[in-house]
Design a protein around this ligand. Structure first.
Ligand SMILES: Cc1cc2nc3c(=O)[nH]c(=O)nc-3n(C[C@H](O)[C@H](O)[C@H](O)COP(=O)(O)O)c2cc1C
Length: 167
């Protein structure tokens, strides 16, 4: 495992295409347990003079409960799309060891779980979270499309990037 400078992160991850097309695992720990989900919504950038990652998680996700710890990791992979696909449709609420079932090996890095098979992990501390409310959509048609029934609205988490490693 090799620690990388946060300012060098852009050399190792493409915040647009890696997240959208190759996906990532969002993982958080609580009471000695962890949960993970596949995510393709999010980004990396800067706000409040800090390097940040932002993710969008629906409250129905089991991982949402774990995000209350205030810390999360983002794990990027080379391939492993079958495993990520499985973790993107199976809830830890139903299958608590879903990551192991998918063939992934959990490892703790700076106190947050990630996976040995990953390529890169980014560890974050939540600075801010807020629900994406209907009244703040400029075009309600987009909200209709993304939030049918006006329920289970995504929550945006902005996390300060505290460390990053090549796994
Ligand atoms: C490609 C892909 C991308 C996804 N992106 C997100 C996302 O950005 N936010 C989210 O809340 N759920 C997303 N999901 C859905 C969760 O991964 C899925 O509901 C998962 O089973 C939740 O697991 P959990 O209940 O154990 O947290 C995505 C699923 C897939 C397949």
């Amino acid at each position: 495992m090799e620690k990388i400078e946060i300012k060098e992160l852009g050399k190792h991850v493409d915040a647009l295409s890696d997240i959208r097309y190759n996906w990532m695992l969002v993982t958080a720990d609580k009471d000695g347990k962890y949960n993970t989900l596949t995510a393709s919504w999010g980004g990396l950038g800067c706000i409040w003079r800090r390097d940040v990652a932002f993710i969008f998680i629906r409250p129905s996700r089991h991982t949402y409960e774990f995000l209350k710890s205030g810390k999360f990791s983002l794990t990027f992979f080379d391939g492993h799309m079958d495993e990520l696909g499985y973790l993107g449709k199976t809830s830890g609420r139903d299958v608590p060891d879903k990551a192991e079932k998918a063939g992934l090996t959990p490892v703790s890095v700076d106190g947050i779980t990630t996976f040995k098979e990953g390529r890169l992990v980014i560890n974050c501390k939540t600075l801010y979270q807020d629900v994406l409310d209907r009244e703040n959509f400029i075009d309600p048609a987009l909200d209709d499309e993304m939030n049918p029934g006006n329920e289970n609205r995504s929550v945006m988490f902005i996390g300060e990037i505290e460390s990053a490693y090549l796994l």
